[in-house]
Design a protein around this ligand. Structure first.
Ligand code: KG4
Ligand code: ZN
Length: 345
């Protein structure tokens, strides 16, 4: 079965072809980062317009690379939510129109389900059940995953997501967008011990997160160092590197500790970490250390599949279709709790 996947929920147009027998056949991605950079974040209307420009050329490109034609497609999967409504509508309209013309099913996929299943695309995929840590720009969630489409929320953020904490801290340090990779790069030359930043909710006794206080702590440090200047003009490179390292260390410590508690609480031995922040090197190293020490298994997506991409959508579509779980409701949903996918959940 050959499934085309289209991702357009935010600032990346991703298209891919997944073959249930031969695996991932081709994928193409266009990132809008350069276009949004000058505004310091994603401008929704510009995002939608750019998806319109990119989606068909990218689709032709993946079909060509896989030496496949439209007539070979057995289904078309697209991101139905959550995300920016205008951006989602582009992928959904193209997918449903093409599926109708080709007389194949169109499958609306939950963006976070795409992320959460993406480590299953690797050569040594994890088995169900597992605990998943989903860390993206808009979400920080711990879930118990017992099968495809069976997700129980264990913990969520009360305010900012981990990716958002990276992005907002980066802004305060005068770094570009997206902030995660920029903070990670700068942190390489910094000393994380120079600033004692809070570890929010570390000892809360539950699996909830809160990251908004971290942003305030960063703002306070920047203000203290530069009392008379605009906060985002902190010029001392070592100051910025040390603060970047401290932010990264604080976020990573909380994510690792809560995920290990979730394994303990549920009794599962496998953890899947997915979403844009799962690309973070320190996070991967800390989990690798915990894995060796505690005898648990921690699985990540391939590095190029951590951030948004079409492959995870094509793959989730293929898994849903082969499990008889495709959803006939083709509306897009800008807000869509992942647990709603679970029957009676
Ligand atoms: O999953 P994703 O590509 O888009 C959403 O669904 O939100 O995640 C984007 C988030 C951004 O907040 C970005 O700063 C963060 O992932 N990110 C990282 C890294 N790469 C991307 N955060 C920390 N370290 C990274 N290397
Ligand atoms: Zn994402």
């Amino acid at each position: 079965m050959l499934v085309l996947g289209i991702e357009s929920s935010c600032d990346e147009t991703g298209v891919a072809l997944y073959d249930t027998v031969r695996g991932l056949r081709a994928q193409a991605l266009h990132s809008q980062v350069a276009m949004h950079e000058q505004y310091g974040g994603v401008v929704p209307e510009l995002a939608s317009r750019d998806h319109i420009r990119r989606v068909l050329p990218l689709t032709d490109q993946v079909l060509r690379e896989a030496s496949a034609s439209r007539a070979d497609l057995d289904a078309i999967a697209y991101t139905a939510g959550p995300g920016l409504i205008g951006a989602l509508l582009v992928g959904a309209s193209v997918a449903t129109a093409a599926a109708w013309a080709l007389e194949v099913p169109a499958i609306g996929i939950h963006h976070l389900e795409g992320h959460l299943l993406s480590p299953l695309l690797s050569s040594d995929p994890p088995d169900f059940p597992f605990v998943a840590l989903l860390v993206s720009g808009g979400h920080t969630q711990l879930l118990e995953v017992t099968a495809i489409g069976r997700y129980r929320l264990l913990g969520d953020t009360l305010d900012d997501a981990a990716g958002e904490a990276f992005d907002k801290s980066a802004k305060l340090l005068g770094l570009g967008y997206p902030g995660g990779p920029a903070i990670a790069r700068l942190a390489d030359t910094g000393d994380p011990r120079r600033f004692a930043l809070p570890r929010p909710m570390l000892r809360s006794g539950n699996l909830e997160f809160s990251f908004s206080g971290l942003k305030t702590a960063v703002a306070t440090q920047v203000q203290r160092a530069q009392p008379d200047e605009a906060p985002n003009s902190a010029p001392d490179p070592q100051f910025r590197a040390d603060l970047a390292a401290a932010v990264q260390a604080a976020i990573v410590e909380v994510l690792v500790a809560k995920s290990l508690s979730a394994l303990k609480t549920t009794g599962h031995r496998t953890l899947v970490v997915a979403g844009g922040v799962s690309a973070n090197r320190l996070l991967r190293e800390q989990f690798a250390r915990a894995q060796a020490k505690l005898g648990v298994r921690v699985c990540f997506p391939e590095p190029e599949l951590c951030t948004d991409n079409g492959a995870m959508i094509a793959f989730a579509g293929a898994l849903r279709l082969s499990s008889g779980l495709s959803n006939p409701d083709q509306r897009v949903r800008p807000r869509w709790p992942l647990e709603e996918l679970t029957p009676n959940g």
